[in-house]
Design a protein around this ligand. Structure first.
Ligand SMILES: CC(C)(COP(=O)(O)OP(=O)(O)OC[C@H]1O[C@@H](n2cnc3c(N)ncnc32)[C@H](O)[C@@H]1OP(=O)(O)O)[C@@H](O)C(=O)NCCC(=O)NCCS
Length: 217
């Protein structure tokens, strides 16, 4: 989706930025992990296919994705953005006839960052963004039956079990956003700082360059 191509969302401990070509090598390294392939029901891709996938997430109108950065590391302009990456979060519009229905996916890819509240923070931010900016009114999450942590997390957001597939060993949870919840999420969204990604990235790049003296000797 192009709607978020210049959007940076700043939370308490994370920063969400659009998924760019510079993020692909690290993303590709993550997805070589058989554990992550299983937890996210993903197939391994070649680096070339991963670049194609990144382009498709950027250009297709039914997909919206952000890369999750560790805000503390990112606050230091000397640390490259790619070195701050901890995971990704996606919204996928699954029904062309109903743009208010979306599948929500999240991955805290770096194992050392799991279990510290980042998953919850990012899920909340993405639900807020989806509802207020994309007009989503129903979220679904498809999760492997063995992935107790993810199931527990989505249930904390009041997702209910819609169906379970023994064949795919997967449960589908759903959250319907009624008017009360929509207003609450709209209020929460106003607490999330939204900035222009390209400007922020350029100013970080500028700050990371060695100081050059402009005055002639
Ligand atoms: C699932 C995932 C997104 C959760 O994010 P996280 O940052 O690790 O989780 P959080 O620390 O925010 O905790 C969220 C909730 O998950 C559950 N949880 C987290 N760690 C847990 C653990 N070790 N054991 C049991 N439950 C756990 C709890 O319900 C927790 O809520 P609480 O802290 O209020 O009790 C993350 O672990 C992950 O990406 N794992 C690998 C990929 C994956 O499974 N993606 C989901 C595919 S659908």
């Amino acid at each position: 989706m192009r709607i978020n191509e210049d959007t940076l969302l700043e939370g308490k401990r994370v920063v969400l930025v659009p998924y760019n070509a510079e993020h692909v090598p690290r993303y590709h390294e993550w997805m070589a992990s058989s554990e992550l392939q299983k937890l996210t029901a993903s197939e391994p891709l070649t680096l070339e296919q991963e670049y194609d996938m990144q382009r498709s997430w950027r250009e297709d109108d039914d997909k919206c994705t952000f890369i999750i950065l560790d805000k503390k590391r990112w606050a230091d302009p000397l640390v490259q953005e790619q070195e701050c990456m901890v995971g990704d979060v996606n919204i996928f519009l699954t029904d062309p006839s109903d743009p208010s229905l979306a599948e929500l996916e999240i991955m805290i890819a770096e194992p050392g960052y799991r279990g510290k509240g980042l998953g919850k923070e990012v899920t909340h931010m993405m639900i807020c963004y989806g509802v207020t900016k994309l007009g989503i009114r129903k979220f679904e999450a498809k999760i492997g039956m063995d992935n107790k942590i993810s199931i527990a997390m989505f249930k904390k957001f009041h997702f209910n079990e819609l169906s379970a597939s023994e064949v795919f060993q997967e449960v589908t949870l759903e959250l319907t956003v009624d008017e009360t919840l929509r207003k609450q999420l709209q209020g929460d969204m106003s607490l999330i700082k939204e900035r222009e990604y390209c400007k922020v990235r350029d100013s970080r790049h500028g700050a990371s360059q060695p100081h050059t003296d402009t005055v002639n000797p």
